[in-house]
Design a binder for this molecule. Sequence first.
Ligand code: SAH
Length: 209
Amino acid sequence: MDQSILKRAQDKDIVEIKIHDLRDYSSNKQRSVDDYAFGGGAGMVLMIEPIDNCINHLKYQREYDEIIYMSPDGELLNQGMANAMSLQQNLIILCGHYKGVDERVRANLITREISIGDFVLSGGELPAAVLTDAIIRLIPGVLNDESSALSDSFQDKLIAPPVYTRPADYNGMKVPDLLLSGHEKKIEEWRYEQSLIRTKERRPDLLNE
Ligand code: SAH
């Protein structure tokens, strides 16, 4: 396989990804960014001050469409959200850690909260990478064959049809004949049919939306 799609998009100057260390925005000598929770209980909480400093610093340089906090109790990420965000210019994505962030960050500094699923990870870095990948591959010029993003699962509320490549016969496991026929229109119809069958089987909920 060739270089990662995200790396290529950055090399082509289609996107810029900057990572900011909250410790650079801490005002104390130890550069700490977290503290114990008021009221007690296990686990550390990210403090508001470094986050506020960092966001202000970034906002001073350019305008942002959204300031997103990755959080398991946020809006559940889906393809429609990725499509919409791929049209935006500048996004800040805040990653939590430990027990999360001081609630005043969420109430006052954040414009949107996004979850990547009903499970809890130890930090927001992987969720942020998931969101970033989902968005960036949709920006025109990032994928070599742009139409390939449009035929992905969920793009039209359907699951993608099965795909095959050479050899046409592998130890008796055969590729459907039609795909070898060169009959474009019939192949397109077959793919649509397969998409419908798959969606009914695997994700009937998508058809009811
Ligand atoms: N105590 C929090 C979980 C904190 S997990 C709670 O129960 O909701 C630590 C950090 O990981 C979170 O602040 C968030 O930024 C990130 N994170 C964990 N799971 C996530 C998910 N499913 N989606 C998005 N972010 C997640």
